[in-house]
Design a protein around this ligand. Structure first.
Ligand code: SF4
Length: 63
């Protein structure tokens, strides 16, 4: 069981990366366009100006 990533676990910009060894990392997709966001934020993230609530609708159904 990996530690919870705090706000990131409910954020639309989170991408969970799982390694072949089963480790789980929380990647912030905002880091791709805004260098002020770390690619792998220190977790748990308790406050973040970039947080946006993840939709209940899976991403592939939004397009
Ligand atoms: S925007 Fe903030 S809350 Fe959302 S994934 Fe990035 S660091 Fe986490």
């Amino acid at each position: 069981m990996q530690p919870p990533a705090g706000l990131c676990d409910r954020c639309a910009h989170q991408q969970v990366v799982t390694t072949t060894r089963g480790s789980r990392f929380s990647l912030c997709r905002r880091s791709r366009t805004d260098p002020s966001y770390p690619r792998y934020p220190r977790i748990p993230v308790l406050a973040c100006a970039g947080f946006e609530q993840r939709s209940a609708i899976p991403e592939q159904e939004l397009s």
